[in-house]
Design a protein around this ligand. Structure first.
Ligand SMILES: [Cu+2]
Length: 341
């Protein structure tokens, strides 16, 4: 009898402790909402592979994001064109950088020459549809809505107008970084990479205008899997420059719409990975998974000069479907780290 009472008492204390711990973590998580908003500024947006400058603010502000949807024909490969639907005129869409606690105003303009309605669902939003319904906008119009950036992390945004898979397949995705209030540690270079697949009527390598193929999308059989919107967008002469001794941070997104990426840099090791773009970090990783509609931040120090291939290690996608980017590092060789005997 006495033992039973004691057991109940211990259980009760455990439950109370768990509840109070949960309350503590909730209040911590939500305190971004309590921060005062002072002033306002227009967000600096960038086109991949570039990233807006790190934020130096130590307070929350109102950030105005002016995004324009543009439907336009661009290169999917050297001799192949495609009618892309874009946030800002390129694939992936403009990179947005805000701070935890900011009040973000999204002004989504649908360019007058466009044919279709579009919208935006940002995974950084706490609110129905991530903003999809309130942002839906016809050609020639601008929609406006706001959200409070409560959770720090790297998030995907995408169009959410029906048919959603088709809008995403045509290139309507990008990344928004909500920097933690203390900022991210300083690095030497930051780049923006986003993987996405394309479902076309003709096979990979076809010359001319490619059309969207819905059946291949349903079967999840893309002809193209690429970084930054086209084959070799950031390979060869457009490789990402770096110098030996520098630490490189890659903000990597996966627009999908279907495939999970086994993200890997051949010949490098990720010193640090913010798993799926959240708070949890891991170190010394060779390959990291990036879900469709997800992201990751990876950091690596370059020790040896040369060309480093960035791939999805589901490797047919790299050799046969175009999924390749490159870092080109210059500087002095250190044969104590790597060399031919
Ligand atoms: Cu759209």
């Amino acid at each position: 009898m006495h033992t039973k009472k004691l057991t109940s008492l211990i259980l009760a204390i455990a439950v109370i402790t768990m509840v109070s711990c949960n309350n503590t973590s909730n209040s911590k998580q939500n305190s971004a909402a309590d921060e005062n908003i002072s002033g306002e500024e227009v967000a600096e947006l960038s086109t991949a592979p570039m990233v807006p400058r790190p934020l130096t603010r130590t307070h929350a502000t109102k950030v105005i994001v002016n995004l324009t949807v543009i439907e336009r024909v661009m290169k999917l490969a050297d001799s192949t064109d495609y009618m892309f639907w874009t946030f800002g005129g390129s694939v992936p869409g403009n990179f947005i950088r805000v701070r935890e606690g900011d009040l973000v105003e999204i002004n989504l303009t649908n360019a007058p020459q466009n044919k279709l309605a579009h919208s935006i669902d940002l995974h950084a939003v706490n609110g129905p549809g991530g903003g999809a319904e309130v942002s839906n906008v016809a050609p020639g119009q601008t929609s406006k809505f706001h959200f409070r950036a409560l959770n720090p992390g790297l998030f995907v945004y995408h169009c959410a107008t029906a048919p959603v898979p088709m809008h995403i397949s045509n290139g309507m995705y990008g990344l928004i970084l909500v920097e933690p209030r203390k900022g991210l540690p300083k690095v030497d270079r930051e780049y923006y990479l986003m993987q996405g697949e394309f479902y076309t009527k003709e096979s990979f390598g076809f010359k001319g205008m490619q059309e969207f193929d819905e059946q291949k999308g349903i079967k999840e059989q893309p002809e193209y899997v690429v970084f930054n919107g086209s084959v070799n967008a950031n390979a060869g002469k457009n490789a990402l420059p770096a110098k030996v001794g520098e630490t490189i941070r890659l903000f990597v997104g996966n627009g999908g719409p279907n495939l999970v990426s086994s993200f890997h840099v051949i010949g490098e090791i990720f010193d640090k990975v913010y798993l799926e773009g959240g708070d949890a970090t891991s170190s010394n990783m060779g390959t990291t998974l990036i879900p469709s509609g997800g992201a990751a931040i990876v950091e690596m120090k370059i020790n040896v000069p040369g060309v480093y291939n960035i791939v999805d290690h589901s490797i047919f996608r790299t050799f046969n479907k175009g999924c390749l980017a490159q870092i080109k590092a210059t500087g002095d060789a250190d044969t104590t780290i790597f060399g031919r005997n």
